[in-house]
Design a protein around this ligand. Structure first.
Ligand code: NAP
Ligand code: HSE
Length: 428
């Protein structure tokens, strides 16, 4: 009888209880696929008494996740508590120091400490697996580290935060405001403990930073990312973008350019008939581009109990099978420090503004754009009852610096009311 692979699970929330359910429900299937049983030795959470809707009485309980990580009857420490620092990091370090492999869904911890943790783990001959931390149930880390290992990756792109896509698509379909749909996302278990991580684009930025490290053989560089969330996106922008044939998505793009590593996570317009434009609800989509394979599109559930636990268990089964890979696809000591590049490749932009409805107002704005070298592709002025006219301009491709010059110029005219809204239109 082969020895079981014994798990210690810290965190019994949405993801942790999902993992316990799979271990219990699929014991035979997991054993057949792994060649050995997978069992749970011990668990930890903050509250021992909480009813979690799953049987836990046969597992040892630890109040302290660090103590759980150090137990001698644990082979794999499964970290599902969350948080970049604190108990998650302390327990992960303790697990590595006491010879355990680690499986985690914690993109925040890895985005901030992934390189140091990978160095420590590889030094100790251990692995850290983190499929669940990027795009929920989509096996994107496997795709990058294994299936596409023969490619130079040219671009990684995607919608990787279920909460934001849920909010944006619900606002669009139901004509609701941001605040009205936020609570529903919380009820569905999509939100991080601190929802600012979701709507501020930080959670999706963490995920993109991890993918970029694998794709480009670089040390995780979350702090170098250009980051903007969806809080300033209004129903007006969503509807006007739709009128022009676009959808607004919180889109991540990472690519190695001649100037360095460009990583940005920000609201972008994408064509409404593109795969990304058609992406609904909490579904995630990751687009991977390689020099030999061309473009791969992976689509699937990006959050929630089942999909995330599915990804955790994929990693557990790999460890049970004895399958081991460098944590970021190549030895951590060989990952280079990328030079960050903030300058974006030129793109068209969506510009929404309010102008005083008087003769020559539009001409002044057009002149400012022309002076900055920006050409107008399409322009619409909408009907209105107040004295200001809503105007929408789609530019031809322009650099970000030219756009910033134009916006500064517009604010100096006497016809602009308030601040213009500028959103990049991404070629996808
Ligand atoms: P959650 O529902 O808030 O659960 C967190 C769990 O951690 C709870 O059981 C909590 O205990 C426990 N915990 C927190 N601090 C602890 C401490 N100091 N000691 C022991 N236990 C502690 O979170 P979740 O949604 O399952 O997310 C877990 C991780 O998965 C996070 O890193 C998250 O980013 C990641 N993730 C989540 C999803 C998703 O869809 N939810 C998807 C992908 C990745 P109590 O229950 O007693 O409070
Ligand atoms: N809060 C995250 C999301 C969970 O909404 O996508 C999955 O990482």
């Amino acid at each position: 009888m082969p020895e079981p692979l014994r798990l210690g699970i810290a965190g019994l929330g949405t993801v942790g209880t999902g993992v316990v359910r799979i271990v219990q429900r699929h014991a035979k299937l997991l054993e057949a696929r792994s060649g050995r049983p997978i069992s749970i030795s011990a668990i930890s959470a903050r509250s021992r008494d909480k009813d979690r809707g799953v049987r836990l009485d046969s597992y040892a309980w630890e109040d302290d996740p660090v103590a759980l990580a150090r137990r001698s009857d644990v082979d794999v420490f499964v970290e599902l508590m969350g948080g970049a620092d604190g108990p998650a990091k302390a327990a992960t370090e303790a697990a590595i120091a006491t010879g355990k492999d680690v499986v985690t869904a914690n993109k925040a911890m890895l985005a901030h400490h992934g390189h140091a943790l990978a160095l420590a783990a590889e030094d100790a001959g251990r692995v850290i697996r983190f499929e669940a931390s990027v795009a929920g149930g989509i096996p994107v880390i496997k795709a990058l580290t294994e299936g596409l290992a023969g490619n130079a990756i040219t671009r990684v792109m995607g919608v990787m935060n279920g909460t934001c896509n849920f909010i944006l698509t619900k606002m669009q379909h139901e004509g609701l405001t941001y605040d009205a749909v936020f609570d529903e996302a919380a009820k569905l278990g999509y939100l991080e403990a601190d929802p600012k991580l979701d709507v501020g684009g930080i959670d999706a930025g963490h995920k993109l930073a991890l993918l970029a490290a694998i794709a480009f053989g670089t040390q995780v560089a979350f702090d170098d990312m250009e980051l903007e969330g969806i809080e300033r996106i209004t129903i007006e922008d969503i509807e006007l973008a739709a009128d022009m044939g676009y959808r607004i998505k919180l889109l991540g793009v990472a690519q190695m350019t001649g100037r360095g590593l460009e990583q940005r996570m920000s609201p972008c317009l994408v064509p409404d008939n593109s795969p990304l434009g058609q992406l609904e609800s909490a579904t995630n989509m990751v687009v991977l581009e390689g020099d030999s394979v061309g473009q791969i599109v992976l689509r699937g559930p990006g959050a929630g109990e089942g999909p995330t636990a599915s990804a955790v268990m994929g990693d557990v089964v790999d460890i049970a099978r004895g399958f081991r890979l460098p944590i970021f696809g190549q030895p951590a000591a060989s990952l280079t420090k990328a030079k960050p590049s903030r300058a974006s490749i030129p793109a068209p932009y969506y510009l929404r503004m309010k102008l005083q409805d008087k003769p020559g107002a539009l001409a002044k704005i057009a002149a400012v754009l022309g002076d900055a070298g920006i050409s107008i592709d399409r322009m619409r002025q909408y009907g209105h009852t107040d004295p200001t006219a809503p105007v929408l301009i789609v530019t031809h491709k322009t650099s970000r610096s030219a756009l910033e010059t134009a916006i500064a110029g517009m604010t100096k005219t006497s016809v602009l009311v308030g601040e213009p809204v500028a959103i990049r239109i991404e070629a996808v």
